[in-house]
Design a protein around this ligand. Structure first.
Ligand SMILES: [Zn+2]
Length: 154
């Protein structure tokens, strides 16, 4: 592949959501310096793997029929270029090729509670599942509160 073709392919993957677009400068301010340090410490503690399902950060691959992550390569320029064919084959087979991006979740859903014991490095899927259980719990509390005519908990 020529460097131009690699650039086009990387842009193609970014547009498909396989590779994250760089953070826009206007959004950078909300990622505070203190949080950045905390986040790096948690990712280092997790050895850059999801602390729930253990997929490595920056891996490119897909979930198979059983939900197991199949790694094709890492989201590094050279690795993508070397594995472009495998990525294209997986997409042609109908798999949704993604890049694993670890984020740091608050176990108690309180964004101000940054004690390391309250933080977990999670992949997109585990983070979503964690948030969904919280949303379901909140919805359940709301229904119960309405049914019993109680004050909503904060
Ligand atoms: Zn995970």
């Amino acid at each position: 592949m020529s460097p131009e073709a690699i650039d086009r392919f990387i842009l193609f993957l970014a547009e498909k959501g396989v590779i994250a677009m760089p953070i826009k400068p206007e959004h950078r301010a909300k990622y505070g310096r203190a949080w950045k340090r905390i986040r790096e410490r948690i990712l280092a503690r997790a050895k850059h793997r999801c602390e729930q399902c253990h997929v490595p950060n920056d891996a490119v691959g897909y979930r198979d029929e059983d939900g197991a992550f199949v790694r094709l390569c890492f989201a590094w320029r050279r690795d993508i270029a070397a594995n472009a064919e495998r990525i294209e084959d997986a997409q042609a087979d109908g798999y949704k090729v993604i890049r694993i991006v670890l984020t740091v979740a608050h176990l108690d859903h309180n964004p101000e509670h940054n004690d390391p014991a309250n933080l977990r490095a999670l992949c997109q899927r585990c983070h979503l599942a964690h948030d969904q259980s919280h949303h379901q719990q909140s919805a359940y509390m709301t229904r119960m509160a309405k049914r019993n005519n109680l004050e909503l908990p904060l």
